[in-house]
Design a protein around this ligand. Structure first.
Ligand code: ACO
Length: 428
């Protein structure tokens, strides 16, 4: 591969070009500063690769998403969430034996330490479940402290990963039960991952939960679709925090916090809030579109646009099919679904959205699906976190497996005051 040449101040610098397995090319600038004194500046990392990764491939222009080479469409239809989690973390689909071991590990780690239950009592009923989730995940480092060694220990990592994937679901369901003032429901060992979550969320001593196979399947697909998305805001956070060699639980906690924001995973809750706003304020869809286009307004059409997908988000297409299926099966008469579909049509035919390639993203449909499942809107981002967890773990592992290992530390262009002397307060 030919080097790229940078000409600056009368000199030429040869910069190696790196090529990925799908033909993506990058200019390696790691030595640029040593040779020329220059750094690169890319606010918001719009065009900066932070690592080489073999986990997830996205082609945003062609609407392609693959985990470890497998198309997302096949995984969402044919795989299970634990199997996809194994694939992401360990790089291959599990054999029967590997799947049995992984599944057993998830089952054995599904309960949380009884003492941790007291944490829930300390949270106000109004606490956002994302705040509870991040706190509880970080607290795992307190209750399961054998989490990191100087020598990489495969068995310790395997246990930490399984613990997180299994317990996050229990913590999430318990935070919901706490918010509605009901006793927690312990996990059942005979239920699969998604069914177990729904059971812990919705079963109650006075009203047993009526499990529906298509709801379980839809949840399975939702979690798979969220399981990784290469170097997005929360995943980059997990890598950056993890690069300080802090333990896995705390790195994941940082990822959960990053995901909470409305421009990232928090968008699924914002979509429903927006649709409810349109319904309750009697806004027309047209007015809403105009407001989203108005540069003097801070309003954005949540669930539209993506940093990487400049074509349809393939995850949104799969979710739309799941939505159609549930709407038909349960004969859903939900004004928010109608508003969402009208909004989608209006945006897809509007020049502003067409020119900027703003299509519905995964968050546009996920919120509506969760609503049909009976999940309250402040839990949507929690569901996103449960889904994204295997990806965060896989990326954390890949970073630790890659040598030479370096702490993440970007540079900056300083634009502040130059040297000046301190002035005592009476002289100011
Ligand atoms: N509604 C209205 N205008 C939008 C929207 C939107 N949802 N998204 C982007 N735009 C406009 C911007 O105003 C900008 O217009 P301009 O060129 O006239 O200034 C142009 O489209 C490009 O937008 P950027 O903000 O530069 O795009 P960026 O790649 O930085 O942001 C993002 C991507 C954050 C997803 C953005 O599209 C957005 O805010 N969408 C709404 C929030 C959302 O749905 N987030 C979920 C993302 S998916 C996920 O995290 C799983």
């Amino acid at each position: 591969m030919k080097d790229a040449i940078l000409r600056y101040d009368g000199r030429e610098y040869a910069l190696p070009v790196v090529e990925g397995s799908e033909g993506e090319r990058a200019v390696d600038i790691a030595n640029l500063r040593n040779d020329s004194g220059l750094i690169t500046l890319d606010v918001g990392y719009q065009n900066t690769g932070s690592c080489k990764s073999a986990i997830t491939f996205i082609d945003g222009d062609r609407g392609i998403l693959r985990y470890r080479g497998y198309p997302i469409e096949e995984l969402a239809e044919l795989s299970t969430f634990p199997e996809t989690a194994f694939l992401l973390i360990y790089g291959h689909l599990p054999s029967r034996e590997e799947r049995a071991v992984f599944s057993q590990r998830l089952t054995e780690n599904s309960m949380i330490h009884e003492e941790m239950l007291r944490f829930f009592d300390g949270f106000p009923l109004t606490a956002h479940p994302m705040a509870i989730l991040s706190t509880m995940v970080n607290a795992l480092a307190v209750y399961y402290p054998r989490y990191f060694t100087d020598d990489w220990e495969v068995a310790t990592f395997d246990l930490m990963a399984a613990r997180l994937i299994s317990k996050i679901r229990t913590i999430a369901a318990y935070s919901y039960k706490h918010s509605i003032g009901e006793p927690v429901v312990y996990p059942r060992h005979d239920l699969n991952y998604c069914a177990n979550f729904l059971y812990m969320m919705f079963n109650s001593p006075v009203k047993p939960y009526d499990m529906d196979e298509d709801i379980v399947k839809a949840l399975n697909a939702l979690l798979i679709l969220h399981a990784d998305h290469e170097q997005n805001c929360s995943t980059s956070t997990v890598r950056l925090v993890g690069s300080s060699m802090v333990n896995l639980y705390s790195s994941i906690c940082a990822g959960i916090c990053a995901l909470w924001g409305p421009l990232h995973g928090g968008a699924n809750q914002q979509v429903i809030d927006m649709l409810e706003g349109i319904r309750d304020q009697g806004l027309t869809v047209r007015k809403c579109i105009e407001q989203a286009k108005d540069k003097n307004s801070r309003f954005r059409l949540f669930g539209f646009g993506h940093r990487v997908y400049k074509n349809y988000d393939p995850r949104a297409r799969i979710l739309k099919d799941k939505l159609d299926l549930l709407v038909r099966k349960f004969n859903v008469k939900e004004p928010l679904v109608d508003i969402a579909l009208e909004l989608e049509q209006a945006a897809l035919t509007d020049d502003y959205f067409i020119e900027r390639k703003l299509y519905p993203n995964v968050d546009f449909y996920s919120g509506i699906l969760y609503r049909i499942m009976g999940i309250p809107s402040d839990m949507y981002t929690v569901l996103f976190a449960i889904g994204r967890l295997p990806g965060w773990i896989a990326q954390w592992k890949e970073m630790h497996d890659t040598l030479p290992f370096r702490i993440g530390r970007p540079r900056q262009v300083y634009t502040g005051e130059t040297l000046r002397s301190y002035v005592p307060i009476d002289a100011r």
